[in-house]
Design a protein around this ligand. Structure first.
Ligand code: EPZ
Length: 423
């Protein structure tokens, strides 16, 4: 019988030492499509070496752009030869964020066609607010059989009011509006660090965007954007996952190259659990040697609240904290499945709709478990690092979507983690 790829972790080793965080995935997947808006070649640095980035390179090339990508060094995109405006079904499916090609192509040439990226394990992820924003800028938007087509004679700046705070919607409307005629104001905008980073990237090309990082973003459309060289911010979710892994193994880890203020919500919760967290300019030290973790409650919120993307690894950590933790997932309807898997390892969890009640146990036990999405996979890695014996994580490709060299980084801190390729 053919074997399936799996990650193998022998738990129980405290993580010790220093590790460097990679560039942000959720910034990268916005900034790479944004190069299509430039009228000259531009260069991006500090991109994470992850599968979503490779998918975008292929998509930009299929549209006709010239892409020179040297992983861990730079990516130079010359968008001038890009004549394409359609992203096919299979390419659209390769990454969730393929929908940013809608905003970027609409901004570039007033026409775009992309397929919906398909079902998602964490629940429904509608993009009605993105499409409402495009329509407000004057695009005719048609959705047929999963294919979204948006076209305009000319995009014209406008007011866009979001009914829900949406990261993707805010980014997509920024992309479409940056070269529109006149002014656009986005109300009830999301405030995540990668929105600020995208605005900084576009402004470095000569765009006129103000207010990114607040809930009102004002954009003055520009016809010509010049080339730039820009380094994306470090990944706050990778940083947080490493912080949680350090705490979970009762280790002592310095995470270098991060932005500590982006981590405030997580740091506050770890401190509440009894973990020691200290910041410097671009590093965070997490110490938990000999600490008995206390249970805490988590309610996911938009930035600067506790991020849904860290709820999964954090709730894995809480399965062994002393006492009862209540986890409320308010952003996605189905983002607690990792706890079902971790229950197989001995965790005590009760579920009520989007809430999980975790009664901390003293130990988890390794066994076969399956990742169902990216951060669920990260949560299973945290559980495996804590557990007695060997944990086998199936479907580890989900983890590769957002974590660069996760095995090597954890090995360098003393974890026993390997991968067996499938046949
Ligand atoms: C971004 O997803 C991130 N992805 C997600 O990270 C992250 O979990 C999420 O923001 C929340 O922080 C990227 O940046 C590529 P939303 P996005 O639009 O943009 C509802 C990860 O693991 N909504 O802010 O898709 C939606 O259903 C990924 O790295 C609408 O109703 O999230 C959800 O409940 C997973 N209509 C809420 O808003 C819309 O048109 C927030 O979604 C759009 C969203």
């Amino acid at each position: 019988m053919p074997t399936k790829e799996r990650m193998l972790i022998t738990g129980g080793n405290p993580l010790m030492g220093q590790v460097h965080v990679s560039g942000g995935k959720n910034t990268a997947v916005a900034v790479i499509p944004a190069t299509l808006l430039c009228n000259e070649p531009c260069t991006i640095e500090n991109l994470p070496d992850i599968s979503d980035v490779y998918a975008l390179v292929d998509i930009l090339r299929s549209l006709g752009a010239k892409v020179d990508y040297v992983p861990n060094a730079f990516m130079t995109v010359d968008p001038r030869p890009a004549e394409g405006w359609q992203v096919g079904y299979q390419d659209s499916q390769r990454l969730r964020a393929s929908y940013y090609l809608l905003g970027a192509l609409l901004g570039r040439r007033s026409e775009a066609e992309v397929y919906l990226p398909g079902g998602c394990a964490i629940g429904a992820r509608p993009i009605d607010q993105h499409l409402k924003g495009f329509a407000a800028l004057g695009a005719e938007v048609e959705q047929l059989g999963g294919r979204i087509t948006a076209k305009a004679e000319n995009l014209v700046g406008s007011d866009v009011f979001f009914d829900v705070v949406t990261v993707g919607g805010t980014i997509n409307v920024m992309l479409a509006a940056v070269k529109a005629l006149g002014n656009t104001t986005i109300y009830n905008a999301a405030k995540e660090p990668h929105i600020v980073d995208l605005a900084n990237f576009l402004n470095s090309m000569g765009a006129k965007i103000k207010g990114a990082g607040t809930d009102v973003i004002r954009i003055r459309g520009q016809q010509y954007l010049h080339g730039t060289t820009y380094a994306v911010i470090p990944d706050q979710i990778e940083t947080g996952t490493l912080m949680i892994a350090a705490a979970a193994t009762h280790g002592d880890v310095v995470i270098n190259g991060c932005i500590p203020t982006h981590m405030d919500a997580l740091s506050a919760k770890l401190l509440e659990m009894g973990v020691r967290v200290t910041d410097s300019d671009d590093a965070i030290r997490v110490r938990s040697v000999g600490v008995q973790h206390r249970a805490v409650n988590i309610k996911t919120q938009v930035y600067p609240g506790f991020p849904t993307d860290l709820q999964q690894p954090m709730s894995a950590l809480l399965t062994t904290a002393k006492g009862t933790s209540v986890i409320q997932e308010t952003i996605y309807e189905n983002r607690l499945k990792h706890l079902v898997e971790i229950s197989r390892m001995g965790a005590q969890v009760r579920f009520m709709d989007r809430t999980a009640v975790i009664d901390g146990v003293t130990e988890l036990y390794g066994g076969p478990i399956t990742a169902t999405d990216l951060r669920a996979g990260a949560a299973l890695v945290v559980a495996g690092l804590m557990a007695k014996g060997v944990t086998e994580i199936y479907e580890p490709h989900y983890i590769d979507r957002g974590y660069e060299n996760i095995e090597q980084k954890l090995q360098s801190l003393g974890a026993v983690i390997t991968r067996e390729k499938g046949e």
